[in-house]
Design a protein. Structure first.
Length: 84
């Protein structure tokens, strides 16, 4: 049995939340597609797994670069959002 520390568990939950939001948004937007084959492709487990891999890879890269801090987040939006 693997015991996870609070930071690891929080990171996993964050990744799962983002992955769920992205998949939900893709499914919502796919209702607007005129080609039914594309909608079916997005419903495949392989497509959902690919989204999960992309989200995890992106989040891990950001974590390695210590990007989860106020300065980085503010710079993404081009303005001060949080007083440092």
């Amino acid at each position: 049995m693997v015991i996870l520390d609070k930071e690891t568990k929080r990171f996993e939950n964050f990744v799962l939340m983002i992955e769920d939001e992205i998949v939900s948004e893709i499914q919502t937007q796919s209702n607007k597609f005129k080609d039914p084959s594309l909608r079916e492709e997005l419903k495949r487990p392989e497509s959902k797994a690919l989204v999960k891999v992309i989200v995890i890879k992106t989040m891990v890269n950001l974590q390695k670069k210590r990007a989860f801090n106020g300065k980085f987040i503010n710079s993404m939006f081009g303005r001060e959002l949080v007083d440092e």
